[in-house]
Design a binder for this molecule. Structure first.
Ligand code: RVP
Length: 499
């Protein structure tokens, strides 16, 4: 006879946190969101921790090298999508790992034969007022000069005036040599009162530009997630089919953490993949997704460094509709967290848990952490930002970004849904959609983090671990959910004029 769970499976919106005593020193400024991402023994430190509990989803429409850099800069991790050829994924990892904070490849470039008109057109097009002048007009050509808006007067100079005649020539430029550190570059910028310092190699070829404002921004990111070589920490998704080719390429590219990306991770394929990776490489690897104690224990037994939880809760996911399989995200998380805590008590080994999918409101993240997640993985949340890889479009009066599931026909990621047999996506488990465009990642993350920290203070917790121990969580009735929003008032429209 089938086994019946008598409790309904629940989602985050059905829970709320109760306030605890807030002591005077428990302020948002004193809250740390640092969190482990890979397993560690009691009393020891995890080999990799995040500075904020966020991971971006292993999805074509979410996590490429740009997202990886942007999120690591804020303290989280991206798992670069695996539904692409091995070499292309490895190239993305390499790009993110070789990104040097503060050093940018010049985006506005011309040759000395161009004219003032070309400079003005380029400025309109790119918004940059600093133009590198190279022999071939490329960002890596021989640097011959720099043009900034201080070099010409539009009211006096002819638009046909060649760049050669008004650029600051290389001989008069202050420049940095290849290999210079960011703080040395900054010293030159300050010493010579520059806005921009070009970095050239021994043959005078342009490598990067360092801008004063970028250095300041770098200074403003104390949460940056860096490895020992000061490169950003980068993750990547793999599957259970081509891991023997994919994993060596990703490891060679410098990946820090892998995750096996699957809609259902409770499988012998994941066991085999974990064993292969653990016996051949010294790289951290998470596995999943699972929704219960049994799935957790199976993957931990196979060597997983963290466990990802969630089936069917993703915003673009239709697995539950299509196959009738899944579990409310909160119920799944609560059971897996219990299993993890018991495992920790028995073995002294702490296995971090990632709650994957189904975060709709920012407070859901705090709930997930309180329920035992060490970090959350999100797709929809990150897809809305400038840094996601998809197109920004205008639909009606609104800007949107494209966002599609890995189980959609657009992604065709059959490896994620493979249950043996035909090597193809036989039916869709995800949709192709739009999400409202929301601006820059950093701005949004700052706001979300402020909310999380503020709620943690209400709960009297200065760390995620403390939150997990102290949280008091209640189920809410359908009626009190209605009361949770603005109610019984007439909302003012934005366009209503004031009396
Ligand atoms: P969300 O944050 O709610 O957008 O969910 C993202 C998660 O949804 C992913 O991390 C993944 O686990 C899952 N996903 C991705 N594609 C699909 C699909 O096509 N069904 N589901």
């Amino acid at each position: 006879m089938a086994y019946y769970y008598l409790e309904p499976s629940r989602t985050f919106s059905e829970f709320l946190l109760l306030p605890n005593l807030t002591k005077k020193d428990c302020t948002p400024a004193n809250v740390s969101l640092k969190t482990p991402i890979v397993k560690f023994k009691r009393g020891e430190k995890p080999a990799v921790s995040l500075n904020i509990p966020f991971a971006s989803a292993v999805m074509q429409s979410v996590s490429d090298h740009n997202m990886a850099v942007a999120l690591a800069r804020c303290g989280g991790i991206s798992f670069i999508f695996g539904s692409q050829p091995v070499e292309e994924q490895a190239a993305m990892v390499r790009k993110a790992k070789s990104y040097k904070a503060g050093f940018v490849v010049s985006r506005s470039n011309l040759t000395p034969a161009h004219t003032l008109k070309d400079v003005l057109n380029l400025k309109d097009e790119t918004g940059h007022s600093t133009v590198a002048i190279t022999d071939d007009g490329t960002p890596k050509g021989k640097l011959l000069g720099i043009v900034t808006s201080r070099d010409y007067r539009v009211s006096r100079d002819s638009l046909d005036k060649p760049v050669q005649q008004f650029m600051t020539p290389f001989a008069s430029l202050v420049y940095g040599k290849s290999g210079i550190s960011l703080s040395e570059a900054n010293d030159l910028i300050w010493e010579h009162k520059l806005n921009c310092l070009p970095i050239v190699d021994e043959r005078q070829n342009l490598e990067f530009l360092v801008f004063r404002k970028d250095y300041d921004a770098h200074k403003e990111n104390p949460q940056e997630l860096l490895d020992m070589n000061k490169s950003y920490i980068v993750g990547a998704g793999i599957n259970t089919k081509d891991y023997e080719e994919r994993v060596p390429a990703l490891v060679a590219a410098g990946v820090d953490v892998l995750v096996i990306d699957s809609s259902d991770g409770f499988s012998e394929w994941q066991h085999e993949t974990l064993q292969y990776v653990k016996s051949n490489f010294d790289v951290k690897i998470g596995a999943g997704n699972v929704v219960d104690r049994e799935g957790f224990q199976y993957l931990v037994g196979a060597g997983a460094d963290f466990i990802k939880v969630g089936v069917g809760g993703g915003s673009i996911c239709i697995t539950r509709e299509q196959k009738g399989i899944g579990r409310g995200q909160a119920s799944a998380l609560i059971e897996v967290a219990e299993a993890r805590n018991q495992y920790y008590e028995e073995t002294g080994i702490y296995i971090p848990i990632c709650s994957d999918g189904g975060i709709v409101h920012d407070y859901h993240i705090t709930l997930a952490l309180a329920m035992g997640a060490d970090f959350v993985m999100m797709g929809r949340y990150f897809a809305r930002f400038d840094e996601s890889p998809t197109r920004k479009l205008k639909v009606g009066n609104n800007f949107v970004k494209e966002f599609w599931g890995e189980g959609s026909n657009r992604a065709r990621n059959w490896q994620r849904y493979d249950t043996g047999g035909k090597q193809d996506l036989v039916f869709e488990e995800g949709v192709d959609s739009y999400v409202p465009y929301a601006g820059s990642l950093q701005e949004n993350l700052d706001k979300t983090n402020s909310k999380i920290k503020s709620t943690m203070c209400n709960c009297g917790a200065k760390t995620i671990e403390e939150l997990q121990h102290k949280a008091r969580i209640t189920i809410v009735s359908a009626t009190s959910i209605v009361e949770g929003g603005a109610h019984d008032v007439i909302l003012k429209e934005n366009n209503m004029s004031a009396e």
